[in-house]
Design a protein around this ligand. Structure first.
Ligand code: NA7
Length: 538
């Protein structure tokens, strides 16, 4: 018999997913090690410290449900928490459950190789630390692998260069500076109003306009907070029973079966509530182009009303994708910001960015002299963090080769040929289309049960079968084919924001509640679709 792995389970990541995984597995008596590349906990909330960074899910449900004491004790100051408060929350969780002792920080995993004789994984970090584990759980986040655009000269910019997802820990002062922002995704939409308040001049380089919805962020209402705390069990249950893991009522009507006045009133009511609830107005906003166009019309009218300069307003109106099929940013004051005399919107679709040289960003038809350049170009999403590691499964097969045509997985939890590898919010799970803390708890709980099953039944390996994986990929592809998501050219949901990345919709769109039921059924049927292997002596 070969050597035993050093750990029962290694968890990569110390964000929402990793912290809960380390806690849960530790509680069940497993020997668990956490590896985290940052020097502390927080995950995406550790790195994304740009001005205005905040969550676009409301705090009371964008939080852990696993411990009632935690949810009763913690007080969120805002409806939508800002990054510093979410980071404090995750630090509090780490302290409260004494999780840091199980972590090795500053440990960026470089290689993860499945070793047949070990019946587990051999891991190596970039600083040379090596270990082995029976099971490997990745909880690296769907939006963590930073995307730097391939703009000649960018990294040699002679002013201050920032990426929203790698923001300095000390506050950045933009007063008296000529600042450029590349990108108009969710990060830029949050940062732009804050930077504009400080900068001498802000130039926004926009390639694609986005539909931006209002957050109406505000301090937590004490009465609402008391109601939430008294009703948490029901709120969490509603999240589990919903399509997006959120505690809202699902829509009941088509946008096309109501009168114009009723439709307008419904949009206005949801607009006034703020946030992603806007999409709860009607049943067919993601499935019927005509229905979706009515929502676009509503937001378009808002943009035209808000932005004073007609040419700028036109530039801010998306013309290439239905509303909602690229992740819609949330903010207050985004459109208003373009009325400021110190803000200019530059269209880099018609005149693309050519290069950065010294302090100058040059487009096809103009040059911009800048002191600071903020790159808000997002992430190599969903698969990027996994593929940044040299992951090899049975027979030394590289994950990058298995996914050469796009990610394949079974339930977004397991990958054929990669035994005992579990991916929290992995590709082809509901992940980013569900409220993340709920999605990670569901995955971690499922994995914890599976690890328990392995331990109590003497199962050495759990591995998705090729058949089950192929069926799930087909089901996931089919689910998205019935929606409007494929109408968005360039969406990171498809991997289309990264040049050369294979295109596959990386998220299961069949709804969180149905997906969760499916995962439970699979477990109840003895992990149907997974091959359970006996150990060397089994
Ligand atoms: P996103 O949503 O991927 O946005 C990236 C932005 O950067 C988007 O506007 C891109 O335009 C733009 N971009 C990317 N490369 C370039 C180049 N080369 N030139 C000009 N503009 C470019 O990332 P975020 O960080 O804002 O948000 C990611 C998610 O985090 C968000 O959806 C939330 O879920 C949280 P494009 O649209 O590709 O034309």
């Amino acid at each position: 018999m070969g050597a035993e792995p050093q750990y029962d389970v290694v968890v990569i990541g110390a964000g929402f997913g990793g912290l809960y995984a380390v806690h849960r597995f530790g509680e069940q008596g497993l020997d668990v090690l956490g590896l985290e590349q940052a020097d502390d906990v927080g995950g995406v909330w550790y790195w994304n410290r740009y001005p205005g960074a905040r969550c676009d899910c409301e705090s009371y449900y964008y939080s852990y449900a696993f411990d009632d004491g935690l949810q009763q004790d913690w007080n969120w100051s805002l409806r939508y928490s800002e990054q510093p408060e979410i980071l404090s929350y995750l630090k509090h969780v780490a302290d409260r459950f004494d999780l840091r002792r199980r972590y090795r920080f500053g440990a960026r995993v470089a290689a993860a190789h499945f070793d047949e004789s070990l019946g587990g994984w051999r891991l190596r970090t970039t600083d040379g630390f090596e270990t082995t584990t029976r099971s490997l759980v990745t909880a690296m986040g769907c939006l963590s692998q930073v995307n730097w655009p391939d703009i000649p000269g960018l990294r040699d910019f002679q002013g201050r260069l920032f990426h929203t997802a790698q923001w300095p820990h000390d506050p950045v002062d933009f007063r008296g500076r000529r600042v450029g922002v590349i990108g108009t995704g969710a990060s830029a939409v949050q940062a732009i109003p804050r930077i504009a308040e400080q900068a001498e001049h802000l130039t926004v380089f926009q390639r694609t306009a986005n539909w931006v919805l209002p957050a109406w962020n505000r301090p937590t209402d004490p009465d609402f907070d008391a109601w939430v705390k008294a009703n948490y069990a029901e709120i969490r249950a509603r999240c589990l029973a919903s399509g997006g893991a959120v505690p809202f009522d699902p829509p009941e009507q088509s946008a096309l079966e109501v009168s114009d006045a009723a439709r307008e009133a419904a949009y206005q009511a949801f607009w006034d509530q703020g946030g992603m609830r806007f999409f709860s107005a009607f049943t067919d906003l993601f499935s019927d182009e005509r229905a979706n166009r009515t929502a676009q019309d509503f937001v378009r009218a808002h943009i035209l009303r808000t932005v004073r300069d007609p040419a700028t307003a036109q530039r801010l109106i998306p013309n290439d994708h239905p509303i909602g099929v690229k992740r819609p940013p949330l903010d207050d004051d985004y459109y208003e910001t373009f009325n400021r005399p110190n803000v200019t919107l530059v269209d880099v679709r018609s005149a693309p960015i050519r290069e950065v040289a010294g302090h100058v960003l040059r487009t096809a038809d103009a040059a911009y002299d800048l002191d600071d350049l903020v790159v808000a170009t997002g992430f190599d999403a969903i698969t990027g963090a996994l593929l940044a590691i040299d992951v090899r499964g049975r027979g030394g097969v590289r994950l990058a080769d298995r996914w050469a045509e796009g990610p394949k997985s079974y339930l977004g939890l397991g990958i054929a040929g990669f035994p005992n590898l579990f991916t929290v919010t992995g590709p082809l799970s509901p992940s980013v289309l569900a409220n993340m803390p709920t999605a990670v708890e569901q995955h971690v709980d499922w994995i914890a049960d599976c690890l328990e099953h392995m331990r109590t039944r003497g199962v050495a390996t759990v591995e998705a079968t090729e058949t089950a994986e192929a069926a799930w990929v087909a089901e996931s592809d089919a689910a998205v084919a019935h929606t409007l998501y494929p109408k968005a050219d360039g969406s990171w949901y498809f991997g289309a924001n990264i040049p050369g990345k294979p295109r596959r919709f990386g998220v299961y769109v069949g709804g969180f509640a149905a997906y969760r039921e499916r995962c439970l059924e699979v477990a109840q049927r003895g992990y149907e679709g997974f091959r359970l292997g006996a150990g060397p002596n089994g």
